[in-house]
Design a protein around this ligand. Structure first.
Ligand SMILES: NC(=O)c1ccc[n+]([C@@H]2O[C@H](COP(=O)([O-])OP(=O)(O)OC[C@H]3O[C@@H](n4cnc5c(N)ncnc54)[C@H](O)[C@@H]3O)[C@@H](O)[C@H]2O)c1
Length: 263
């Protein structure tokens, strides 16, 4: 098994990509501590996996609260004797164009989606440095590599996550600790399901903008996280892996028809 005996913390593991990653990690032999602000969702995922024989604990925790991160990492170390993998994955942000965002909303978005990733990294580095090994995988987004209309705070915080992963990667490269980001494109998780209900045309437009012509599945991102977390990625650090059905490869230009060879 690819994560045999490893201890992993996953934030935002009660749904979508985090839940799929919890499934992948436990399937590959990891002992998982799953943290989520939604007690029902996190409890359900942990109970389902435990019933299947996995070693998994759920902690009801707000990952944006430093004291809660201390508690989650402390639990993993106290219960399992160390921490091998941190998967920062939760998010929360204010939507809106740059000029419409509120000061509180923008600050809060960075706090939840970026400052908390840094803080969890800082705390996890303690046991990882003590053991001389560790892998941190941050969920960024293609929205951290380019801009979207109406997602300014999200674009900024995810760009921060990409560069946090680079800096952490280089600073701890000689200490046995790797850090990378995964950059998903649009994935069929509950927020996207809600978008489909509220704005079906937008949901279709996004799907059609993806060169593969479909949304990604949470398991397809979990597979990338699993690779980055595992020893198979032993020489991979400070970088990001894009998994987006080709979305980021497109310049944004519409198909160029009717130009002729002499254009
Ligand atoms: N779904 C997509 O299209 C997509 C694309 C690119 C990146 N992402 C990123 O993937 C990650 C997971 O997104 P998802 O689509 O699986 O969302 P999701 O809503 O299905 O899952 C997110 C989970 O995080 C939890 N959470 C939120 N705030 C929290 C907090 N403060 N502390 C602890 N838990 C908290 C939620 O309760 C939820 O269970 C996010 O970082 C998101 O930005 C998603």
């Amino acid at each position: 098994m690819r994560l045999d005996g490893k201890v992993a913390v996953i934030t935002g593991g009660g749904s979508g990509i985090g839940a799929a990653t919890a499934r992948a990690f436990t399937r590959e032999g990891a002992r998982v501590v799953l943290a989520d602000i939604d007690a029902d969702a996190g409890g359900r995922v942990a109970a389902e996996l435990r019933a299947g024989g996995a070693t998994i604990d759920f902690l009801h925790a707000d990952a944006a609260d430093p004291a809660e991160i201390d508690r989650v990492v402390g639990f993993a170390v106290g219960e399992h004797g160390g921490l091998d993998i941190l998967h920062n994955n939760h998010v929360g942000f204010e939507a809106g164009r740059i000029g419409d965002l509120t000061l509180d909303g923008f600050r809060r978005s960075l706090d939840i989606g970026l400052v908390s990733y840094w803080y969890a990294t800082k705390v996890a580095l303690g046991p990882m440095l003590a053991a001389g090994r560790g892998s941190i995988v941050n969920t960024a987004s293609v929205s951290g590599l380019a801009g979207d209309f109406g997602l300014g705070a999200y674009n900024v915080l995810k760009a921060g996550v990409v560069n946090l992963s680079r800096v952490t990667g280089i600073e701890y490269a000689r200490k046995g600790i790797r850090c990378n980001a995964v950059c998903p494109g649009p994935i069929g998780t509950p927020p996207i399901d809600r978008l489909r209900e509220r704005a079906p045309q937008t949901w279709e437009d996004i799907r059609d903008a993806i060169p593969m012509g479909r949304y990604g599945r949470p398991e397809e991102i979990a597979a990338v996280v699993l690779f980055l977390a595992s020893d198979e990625a032993a020489f991979v650090t400070g970088t990001h892996v894009v998994a987006d059905g080709g979305l980021w490869a497109h310049s944004g230009m519409p198909p160029l028809g009717g130009l002729g060879p002499d254009f």
